[in-house]
Design a protein around this ligand. Structure first.
Ligand code: GCO
Ligand code: MN
Ligand code: MN
Length: 388
């Protein structure tokens, strides 16, 4: 049965191979689910109605595969994607799993490790291009420290820039047409990661050689772990023209990296996020970087994946309802009205300068106005709780 909450290709819902094939290992316990072959993961995603699958190089091709093994695996995977009508919108690289990256990848102190990280990324870009990916995510999970005795943090920034600049040139050289999406995280697996927030990357990007090729991939859990407002980070990225990709999941502030099903922890925050993405017309992939509870078998993984997409679509409908609600819209309109005659300072001129300097703005009268946000928020909650 299909309804308004049935995922369709135009919704651009994608999952990482590493998300649905996540086997539930954690620092205290072993895997609880059997290995899921990438080919079977693609079939699972098609079954639940997803549009795309994303992958790290080594989600698909083992790090020590021979060239012949690699080609066979990639060819089987491509066929599975075609058979199931699943696309590969984004590719990425694991610069965190192998022990070689214990001191970082692009920022490691050993120049040979840094070169290996760049080489591995170039090969992952080849793989992604072969599968049709146009977005390349870089998540520097190991680019950080437990002790700052190891290097000057500004050297890490310089090394990161050097690597990204080189990879942009490689994409141009090969005609891959990639857009790089940089993903921040405050900590885990390192004690502290250098590029802790989306804002850090938005500061780095204008200093790159090809800033037009580079944007961000904000993740709900990552800004939330740091106690920040995720939608604000997304909005700043969007406003800067840098929202190239997004990682949707959920997370309670102050906990370990939870990667919960989208909307599972804080539906109100998820609502404002979906409303923002839909209001501005974000048309990139809606990628779920989350995984099923450790209690689940693969039927539960399907419930998890279906739940991510269904919650997104329910919240999208709630956002449309919010936008169409006359009382809510009247409150929003009223909240934006000028309390007094307000001179414009949109453009500087001697006349505008004098108008602003001489405006008889009454601070006390302006401060006395109630904003009615209690009512506005309550109406929002009532929409979310399904009574409005
Ligand atoms: C994490 C990250 C990763 C990245 C992925 C893509 O917290 O582990 O979110 O899942 O998104 O490695 O580069
Ligand atoms: Mn994450
Ligand atoms: Mn992520």
């Amino acid at each position: 049965m299909s309804d308004a909450y049935t995922p369709r290709p135009e919704h651009k819902f994608s999952f990482g191979l590493w998300t649905v094939a996540n086997r539930g290992r954690d620092p205290f316990g072993t895997e609880v689910r059997p290995v899921l072959d990438p080919v079977d993961a693609v079939a699972l995603l098609a079954e639940v109605g997803a549009w795309g699958v994303n992958l790290h190089d080594n989600d698909l091709v083992p790090i020590d595969a021979t060239p012949a093994e690699r080609d066979r695996i990639v060819s089987d995977f491509k066929k599975a994607c075609e058979r199931n009508g699943i696309v590969v919108p984004m590719a990425t690289v694991s610069l965190f799993t192998d022990p070689v990256f214990k001191d970082g990848a692009f920022t490691a102190n050993d120049p040979a490790v840094r070169a290996y990280a760049v080489q591995k990324t170039m090969r992952a870009m080849d793989l992604g291009a072969e599968l049709g990916a146009k977005i390349f995510v870089l998540w520097g999970g190991r680019e950080g420290t437990e002790t700052d005795a190891c290097r000057r943090p500004d050297d890490a920034v310089k090394r990161l820039r050097e690597a990204i600049d080189f990879l942009c040139e490689y994409s141009i050289d090969k005609g891959y047409g990639y857009r790089f999406a940089l993903e921040a995280k405050p900590n885990e697996p390192r004690g502290d990661i250098y590029m802790a927030t989306t804002g850090n990357y938005l500061g780095l990007i204008p200093t790159l050689a090809h800033p037009e090729m580079v944007g961000v991939n904000p993740e709900v859990a990552h800004e939330t772990m740091a106690g920040l407002n995720f939608t604000h980070a997304v909005a700043q990225a969007w406003e800067a023209g840098k929202l190239f990709h997004i990682d949707l999941n959920d997370q309670v502030i102050g906990r370990y990296d939870q990667d919960f099903r989208f909307g599972a922890a804080n539906p109100k925050n998820a609502f404002f996020l979906v409303k923002f993405l839909e209001d501005v017309g974000y048309d990139g992939p809606r990628h779920f970087d989350a995984h099923a509870y450790r209690t689940e078998d693969y039927e539960g993984v399907k419930d998890f994946a279906r739940g991510c997409m269904r919650t997104y679509l329910i919240l999208k409908e709630k956002a449309a309802r919010w936008n169409a609600d006359p009382e809510i819209q009247a409150l929003v309109k009223e909240a934006h009205e000028a309390g007094q005659e307000a001179p414009s300072f949109a453009k500087y001129s001697p006349a505008a300068r004098d108008a602003v300097l001489n405006a008889p703005l009454d601070r006390v009268k302006l401060a006395a106005r109630g904003k009615k946000y209690e009512r506005l928020d309550q109406l929002t909650i009532e929409i979310l709780l399904g009574v409005r």
